[in-house]
Design a protein. Structure first.
Length: 191
């Protein structure tokens, strides 16, 4: 059975060449471990780099993109499958449905919004798929500290990192996906 990972990442390459190196390394490791890619279908930034690397190595890449971004000519046209949606909401729903797990690489507000949404869905019991952060250059470390603050202030029952796969090394990250056992932690509501 084919396994797909949704990778959320920047439509920019960022300033540090390490981000580009890690996008290529993640693509290589995904092919090595027989994971295919589902992503936002951009031909720019880290999105385009990881897709191109997986395609170069013979992996499958499914892109999901809303029509307005196709119209802006940022759609990657050389993919295994390209799905064009009407809205961003449809895009995210299809990606989540097609994915067997989720990874956040460095990126901007869109990357953060997408990974937080699938984390929320885990908390609400809507899925129990693995979620990981490729913490290249400690990109997400301040976010993890903020999660700790949320827990201390009693807005989280437990630290989300306990349910996440967080690694700076792509091999370690994908090994975590291979050995993942889901743990459901119900959200409590104050009365």
């Amino acid at each position: 059975m084919k396994k797909y990972l949704a990778v959320y990442c920047g439509s920019s390459k960022g300033t540090n060449p390490l981000y580009t190196q890690q996008a290529k390394a993640l693509g290589q490791a995904m092919v090595k471990y027989n994971f295919h890619l589902v992503f936002g279908a951009g031909n720019v930034g880290l999105m385009g780099i990881i897709a191109d690397e997986i395609l170069r190595l013979g992996g499958e890449v499914v892109g999901v993109i809303p029509q307005h971004l196709v119209d802006m000519e940022v759609a990657h046209t050389g993919l295994t499958e390209l799905i064009i949606t009407d809205t961003m909401h449809e895009r995210k729903a299809i990606m989540a449905e097609r994915a067997d797990g989720f990874i956040a690489m460095p990126g901007g507000i869109g990357t953060l919004e997408e990974i937080i949404e699938v984390m929320t869905w885990t908390q609400l019991g809507l899925h129990q798929k693995p979620i990981g952060f490729l913490n290249t250059n400690q990109f997400y470390s301040q976010l993890f500290n903020f999660f700790e603050h949320m827990m201390q202030e009693k807005f989280l029952k437990s630290h989300p990192i306990d349910q996440l796969i967080c690694e700076a090394d792509v091999e370690d990250l994908l090994k975590g996906f291979q050995s993942y056992n889901s743990v459901y932690t119900p959200k409590w509501l104050d009365k």
